[in-house]
Design a protein around this ligand. Structure first.
Ligand SMILES: *[C@@H]1O[C@H](CO)[C@@H](O)[C@H](O)[C@H]1NC(C)=O
Ligand SMILES: *[C@@H]1O[C@H](CO)[C@@H](O)[C@H](O)[C@H]1NC(C)=O
Ligand SMILES: *[C@@H]1O[C@H](CO)[C@@H](O)[C@H](O)[C@H]1NC(C)=O
Length: 522
């Protein structure tokens, strides 16, 4: 027959400091008790082991780490517990009996009674104790002297209340106490009913009183000295999770970047070298026919370098042609911007505001190679702008750029290329809107309907580089360059469901999220 023990603890008391964690001593005593008594009630057991309920629960948990030694069932129970007054009543006697100790046979004036230390010591239970004594017919009110006095009617005052409390302490379930009595005790605020979690412990199929920790690993030493023969081994837990493999992982932005890269490579594009974060204003702006008064060239929009503050040398003849084009069109069927171009403005170093600066360098290089050969270039890298930071804007982000240089390209070629590119991303149904960019003409913003967001969203910007940018480089007159760009962050946030860019990049990034981020399919 399996012994059965019921253990109780307060429902909120299931945490205990490490210092109280029971050692093997308590566990062994507990098991021996189960072995010997078979069945016992919780309190008898707590007394037998002379320890706090939480220590016992700790012991149960420890024993549970050994398989099948005990069975434990968690049971919720309604138990009766003593209030502060209830505990006092149990230990010192009920309030009404204690009250009787200051009421003599000849009686006591109400004012004297209330002034007595015993009465005061009863606290909140003092006043009700008078009512209880009257109800028990132990005292009576005497008003013959004008003031209220209490007189004693009996000599013996048996403490029934203390007796039932003692009974309830033995069996907190209240099953062995009369319901009416319980109700009365509750009304007198001596006891209250509380929900407690109990542990119902029974012998397990591998019950033993001697716990021995099994070996987890079969070691080379055990094999060598033969000690494995006398050891107990823990059974393999084939359902346990393995130790996570420590590995590097790609950040979501890099995963998205890689997808874009693959699409460009599939389309026969060549990657441009984008390692140059610091650029001169000349290549970032002037080469792109962006006038020196343009607001983007202000510290409000662009981060200028303090060291090194300037760049000194640009290809001399090219610089001259750029200067002339800005000032008067340089003879390329343009009148330019009609201002005096300053070399000092062009010399200012900055953190590049777009990867188009890289494209400008590459196109200039291309123009120097004769004869001209058509090219398809792309870049994906970081750019910097002095933005006001918010949930969707950071001062640095990644730009994707595609560039095609060929003879006689048209706007139709650009639209066709964009269709080809975005179709590979799974985006169809493009819409184009005329736009203005300083260095492309015509320019188009690209839109598409996004089913997830249920609206038309801007997905990129595009255009044909102006002759004022291309001709000074030395590209043949009938060579046209089409280009488009988009950010990496925006599609990544949509794809991975980020609403705040700071959760994606920066010091607040959750590294485990980056580690568990799924692969991306654009
Ligand atoms: C404890 O378990 C035994 C056997 O399973 C059962 O008879 C008893 O009712 C349980 N006690 C409680 C309080 O649930
Ligand atoms: C960025 O712009 C703000 C004004 O918008 C300006 O106060 C600040 O100095 C700029 N930061 C840098 C590094 O240029
Ligand atoms: C480009 O167009 C011009 C004018 O139509 C034409 O003369 C020229 O041959 C074309 N160039 C190429 C490489 O097709």
């Amino acid at each position: 027959m399996h012994g059965r023990l019921v253990w109780w603890i307060l429902a909120f008391g299931s945490c205990w400091p490490i210092a109280l964690m029971p050692g093997f001593g308590v566990c062994r005593q507990l098991l021996e008790y189960i072995e010997a008594k078979g069945a016992a009630d919780a309190q008898a057991l707590a007394k037998a082991l002379k320890c706090a309920p939480e220590v016992v629960v700790g012991a149960i948990k420890s024993i549970q780490t050994f398989e099948n030694v005990i069975n434990v069932a968690e049971v919720k129970q309604q138990l009766w517990q003593f209030t502060k007054d209830g505990q006092d009543a149990l230990q010192k006697g009920s309030p009404e009996v204690r009250l009787m100790s200051v009421i003599p046979a000849e009686g006591i004036a109400a004012s004297d009674l209330e002034a007595s230390p015993v009465y005061k010591g009863l606290g909140d239970a003092a006043k009700p104790s008078i009512g209880q004594a009257m109800k028990n017919k132990w005292i009576a009110i005497d008003k013959s002297s004008g003031a209220v006095a209490y007189v004693r009617k009996v000599t013996e005052v048996p403490d029934e209340t203390q007796k039932v409390l003692a009974q309830l302490q033995k069996d907190p379930s209240g099953k062995s106490t009369d319901d009416k009595v319980l109700k009365d005790l509750k009304k007198r605020k001596l006891v209250e009913q509380k929900s407690v979690t109990t542990y119902n412990v029974t012998k397990g199929s591998a019950f033993t009183t001697t716990l021995r920790k099994g070996e987890a690993d079969l070691t080379a030493d055990m094999l060598a000295d033969g000690s494995w023969k006398s050891k107990d081994f823990k059974p393999f837990n084939l359902a346990a999770d393995g130790v996570p493999v420590s590995r590097g992982t790609l950040h979501p932005l890099l995963k998205v970047r890689e997808e874009y890269r693959q699409i460009f490579l599939e389309m026969g594009f060549e990657e441009m070298p984008t390692s140059r974060f610091v650029e001169s204003s000349f290549w970032n702006f002037d080469a792109l026919f962006q006038p020196q008064q343009h607001p983007a060239r202000d510290a409000h929009d662009t981060f200028f370098m303090t060291a090194p503050e300037t760049s000194a040398s640009f290809p001399a003849d090219y610089e001259e042609r750029v200067k002339n084009t800005h000032e008067n069109g340089g003879g390329y069927e343009s009148i330019g911007y009609q201002y005096n171009w300053e070399r000092s403005e062009a010399e200012k170093n900055l953190l590049r505001t777009h990867t188009t600066a890289v494209s400008a360098r590459m196109l200039y290089k291309l123009a120097q190679q004769k004869p001209f050969k058509p090219v398809k270039y792309f870049s994906i890298d970081r750019v910097f702008r002095n933005e006001t930071l918010d949930a969707t804007h950071l001062a640095e982000f990644h730009q994707i750029e595609g560039v095609i240089a060929d003879y006689n390209l048209t706007l139709g070629d650009l639209m066709g290329t964009l269709h080809n590119f975005f179709t590979r991303l799974g985006i169809h149904d493009l819409r184009f809107k005329p736009a203005y960019n300083p260095y492309t003409e015509p320019s188009m913003e690209v839109f598409s309907y996004h089913a997830g967001l249920d609206k038309v969203v801007e997905i990129g910007n595009s255009g044909m580089f102006r002759p004022e940018m291309l001709r000074p480089m030395g590209l043949p007159e009938d060579v046209v360059v089409i280009a488009w760009g988009l950010s990496v962050e925006r599609p990544t946030m949509i794809k991975y469901g980020y609403s705040n860019i700071r959760d994606l990049i920066g010091p607040k990034v959750d590294l485990t999220a980056a580690q568990s981020a799924p692969l991306v399919r654009l």
